[in-house]
Design a protein. Structure first.
Lengths: 285, 180
């Protein structure tokens, strides 16, 4: 019997207009492949062009002028089961819809399906808290240094397991709490004086939402059941991944690229009330 | 004499733990020749050999006004005034030590330069392909319903040439339709 739960995709584009352009391309691609796909789109009202309105089944404005608006948006999903996708993704095949089948197969106890980080293609995955480091200084580690990886094996370092650029979740009390905590931790890291909210972990990690997510999972007992998305690279194939990440007979469904940072910077809203890096969660537009 | 400092409530200053003494023997310092220099002359710093046959040297000269420059191609010739000054102030073992250090630094600098060049090339490639895809996917002719398959191929492209080829294919297809 087919599930009666509503299913859809959630995409955010705020702070830099480059994200809006990318999101529009992402949604056009999605609707090319899955014409009945339901999309919840979070952006700034003055960016929405009339010619694009047909793409957005649920348009949410105003939204924070922030680089991590998704953390604010996740608990506002209109769907029972939602797939979050970063704006800088191209949808390549209609097999993207398989993620909902995987959620169904994972059973009602599974709250979130996520893809895993590939350390060889990530900026930072391993790190030490000041309590773990012998010299008492929290630091980011390098995945290509054997001695750094050994620290992780010895339980003297931490690892970001989950990639936060694509995931699927069931809307329930636990996940709603998870999203609000994720935002709270991100703000704690970035809005505290000198980013001291990150302590005892490296303050350089503040920018990464992956860090806030990891910390919520470590410090908060929310009883969340997170599972690895089967064939995860297929639904979040990040540029730089090895082709061998794709299983035999499979094709990439979602190609995750990166908008050139110079373009993002050029098209970023610059106002005196906004932090130049991450904007503001409290300023809605 | 220790001075009393009033601290805010809840704040304490802990005495730092002394660093553990290392058991590794201290390397033997090079012999420093006894010499005198005219203070108005530049100070010779970090002399080292610049070739395997040790016939040429380089060093940094720091002038009394603080400005510095690198002096290269100094022949190892006792008649050369700078070479003479170098060997008056430095023992050969120290110059060899500096040379090994310079070799190590050069190696690291070249590794870093290679890594930076690789990164730059990769970023440039990604930027180019992003631009190509954005340009084609934004064109009305590419947005035509009949170009759906080619659009998918543009999105999927992993090289600039691939994206360009499919983009042009869209244009040619539409052009062919209008000509017919």
């Amino acid at each position: 019997m087919e599930s009666q739960q509503t299913k859809g995709y959630l995409i955010c584009a705020t702070l830099s207009h480059a994200f809006y352009d990318a999101a529009v391309q992402c949604i056009i691609g999605l609707k090319d492949e899955v014409p009945d796909a339901q999309v919840a789109f979070f952006t700034h009202e003055d960016w929405v062009q009339d010619e694009h309105r047909y793409l957005f089944d649920h348009l949410f404005t105003p939204t924070p002028i922030h680089n991590r608006t998704k953390l604010w948006a996740l608990d506002k999903t209109p769907f029972d089961v939602t797939m979050y996708i970063d704006a800088d993704c191209h949808i390549i095949t209609d097999e993207i819809t398989e993620v909902f089948d995987h959620m169904e197969e994972a059973g009602p106890d599974c709250d979130v399906l996520m893809s895993e980080n590939r350390p060889y293609n990530a900026k930072v995955v391993y790190f030490q808290s000041s309590d773990q480091a012998e010299d008492g200084v929290a630091k980011e580690l390098e995945h290509f240094k054997e001695e750094d990886i050994q620290l992780y094996r010895d339980g003297k370092a931490e690892k970001f397991r989950w990639h936060c650029g694509m995931f699927v979740w069931r809307k329930n009390e636990k996940t709603q709490k998870l999203w609000s905590e994720w935002l709270r931790y991100y703000r704690k890291h970035n809005e505290s004086f000198d980013r001291e909210g990150c302590d005892p972990y490296p303050r350089g990690l503040a920018y990464w939402d992956t860090f806030a997510f990891w910390r919520v999972m470590k410090e908060q007992d929310l009883g969340i059941n997170i599972q690895k998305m089967p064939k995860d690279a297929k639904y979040n194939f990040v540029i730089g991944y090895k082709q061998t990440e794709i299983r035999y007979g499979e094709e990439i469904a979602v190609l995750h690229y990166t908008i050139p940072p110079s373009v993002v910077a050029e098209e970023t809203i610059h106002e005196t009330t906004l932090n130049t890096t991450f904007g503001s969660i409290d300023v809605l537009r | 004499m220790d001075q009393e400092v009033k601290l805010p409530e809840g704040v304490s200053i802990e005495k730092p733990v002394p660093e553990p003494k290392s058991n590794t023997p201290k390397p033997k310092s090079p012999t420093i020749p006894d010499f005198e220099v005219d203070p108005s002359l530049p100070r010779i710093v970090f002399p080292h050999y610049t070739n395997n046959s040790k016939t040429e040297l380089a060093c940094t000269l720091i002038r009394p006004d603080g400005s510095a420059h690198m002096e290269m191609n100094i022949p190892k010739d006792p008649g050369h005034p700078l070479c003479k000054d170098i060997f008056m102030q430095y023992d050969d073992s120290e110059i060899i030590h500096n040379t090994n250090r310079q070799i190590h630094l050069n190696g690291k600098a070249s590794e870093a330069a290679e890594e930076a060049a690789k990164h730059e090339k990769q970023s440039k490639q990604r930027e180019d392909i992003w631009e190509m895809k954005q340009t084609f996917l934004g064109m009305d002719v590419v947005k035509q319903e009949s170009n759906k398959d080619l659009r998918r191929k543009i999105r999927k492209s992993r090289t600039v040439i691939e994206a360009q080829a499919y983009g042009i294919a869209c244009i040619l297809r539409e052009d062919g339709k209008s000509t017919n």
